[in-house]
Design a protein around this ligand. Structure first.
Ligand code: UD1
Ligand code: CA
Length: 470
């Protein structure tokens, strides 16, 4: 992390509605790469300034935006009416007036790296500029404000002209305004009220400060971002999905560089906090989310979604499993179609088969629950076998209770284990039993309604029906 700069405030403009999205949710809360747009920007800002010096301008659905990022410790500034980016900074006047410099970021430019901000700030201070604009030369500049330099090679900027205000001759300018700026606070606040809404949008454009400060004899400079992709804005759902794909591909590429095989990587979702060891194979359409960690030599088959889990090495997760907040030890086999809910701990070499659901349940080494089973609030010992269709009845309608099963236990198919209940080591439970009392070690337990057989009864019933139909 770079040193947070003394006397530096950061203002993140995030009050806009995002009209071009045609969504009822505020733009900056739309999620890409597993996080809301504005959270990406706050994360970058947090590398150059303390959260207490970061001010997020909120307006449209302010309460929602605040709630989404409150945990980061940033400050908020209200812009009740969204009269433009210049007005957003006017609203932040009281917040920033005691700082030396202010970095202004847009809440909808999420790929921005903190290193770029650091470089830009260094340039701003070295140039002793009143305003420094981060610019870029993207393949398609359409839609962005354009940079009018004082001369072809000049560091100085004469004006920033919005797309809709471009005049003939300016249309071919390929250098764009990224919407990211550094200002010296004094000259900014001295001239900020000179902004006028004399444009097609009837808004106060922060971009007009370039010409205003220039006319006041202040130095206004531009620094070109090395990578134009980093400063792309997200104004439409389509643009947002393009940025999401870029972020995702960066994560996929990082894992592949680490020796992970990922088939059809464009179909997989890998979030930034995910770590995977070498020689692990990930099939198409897998999602690895949150803080998921996977060891080496494991295989994750298609359509599996894993969130905040820790998996060991040599683990096989077959198709279409949903795993959340769980741990799976080396050599375990999961799925297909298994659902591991929070607090599941699957021991080494244990098996969890198809249509098995677990929650707050520990399976010991080599234990097996292979078919159609619900295990909730349970502890299951080493090598124990849980038959098809077994259910731990953990909930009495008010409270959850524990089921304890020792090691080397055999639970036959279709048993219900009514918690709290304990089955000790080596016990055998007959198929179809409803177990309500503890079972001592080494014993057999079963509950069994009497089977009644009436020879020939079915045949005579059929014959009687046939006669009646005649
Ligand atoms: C802006 C710049 C444009 C630049 C582009 C880069 C202006 C006038 N234009 O255009 O030169 O190329 O960013 O991405 O600044 N916001 C507020 N309050 C408002 C209006 C907007 O907080 O009253 C916030 C928005 O929520 C958004 C950011 O400011 O996060 C930028 O606003 P947006 O409307 O997206 O500006 P652009 O049209 O993209
Ligand atoms: Ca924008």
């Amino acid at each position: 992390m770079s040193e947070s700069k003394q006397g530096l405030a950061v203002v993140i403009m995030a009050a806009g509605k995002g009209t071009r999205l045609k969504s009822k949710r505020p733009k900056v809360l739309h999620t890409i790469g597993g996080k809301p747009l504005v959270a990406h920007v706050i994360a970058a800002a947090g590398r150059v300034a303390e959260p207490s010096n970061i001010y997020v301008v909120v307006g449209h659905q302010a309460e929602l935006v605040k709630a989404a990022v409150a945990a980061t410790g940033v400050q908020f500034v209200e812009q009740t009416e969204q009269l433009g980016t210049g007005h957003a900074i006017q609203c932040a006047r009281a917040a920033i007036e005691n700082y030396d410099d202010v970095l202004v970021l847009s809440g909808d430019v999420p790929l921005l790296r903190w290193q770029t901000l650091d470089t830009m700030l260094g340039f701003h201070l070295a140039q002793k500029a009143a305003m420094t604009v981060l610019t870029a030369v993207p393949p398609n500049p359409f839609g962005y404000g354009r940079i009018v330099r004082k001369g072809e090679k000049s560091a100085e900027i004469e004006a920033i002209v919005e797309q809709k205000s471009l005049v003939a001759g300016q249309v071919k300018i390929d250098e764009i305004n990224s919407g990211i700026y550094a200002f010296r606070v004094k000259p900014l606040l001295k001239h900020l009220d000179q902004l006028r809404a004399e444009n097609t949008q009837r808004e106060l454009y922060l971009t007009d400060m370039a010409a205003i400060l220039g006319a006041a004899g202040e130095r206004v400079v531009g620094v070109v971002a090395e990578d134009a992709e980093e400063v792309l804005g997200a104004n439409t759902i389509r643009e947002m999905m393009e940025l999401d794909a870029k972020m995702n591909m960066a994560n996929v590429t990082r894992l592949m560089a680490n020796g992970v095989t990922i088939f059809r990587p464009e179909t997989c979702v890998i979030e930034p906090g995910v770590e995977v060891g070498p020689d692990t194979v990930i099939e198409p359409f897998v999602q690895l989310r949150g803080k998921t960690k996977i060891g080496s030599d494991s295989t994750i088959r298609s359509y599996t979604v894993i969130e905040d889990c820790t998996l060991g090495s040599d683990v096989l997760v077959r198709q279409s499993c949903v795993l959340t907040e769980s741990t799976i030890d080396d050599g375990a086999r999961i799925g297909p179609f298994a659902h591991l809910r929070p607090g599941s701990e699957i021991g080494p070499d244990a098996h969890v088969g198809n249509f098995v659901e677990t929650k707050k349940t520990r399976l010991g080494r080599g234990a097996k629950a292979n078919h159609l089973t619900y295990l909730g609030d349970a502890e299951i010992g080493e090598r124990t076998n849980i038959g098809a269709g077994v259910i731990t009845c953990n909930y009495d309608g008010a409270k959850k209770h524990l089921t304890r099963i020792g090691k080397d236990v055999f639970v036959g198919s279709d048993c219900t284990l009514v918690a709290p209940v304990s089955i000790e080591d080596g016990a055998l439970i007959g198929a179809g039993s409803c177990i309500t009392k503890n079972v001592p070690a080494g014993s057999l337990a079963f509950t069994r309604p009497q089977q009644v057989v009436k020879p020939g009864w079915a045949d005579s019933l059929k014959a009687a029906r046939k006669n009646r139909a005649k």
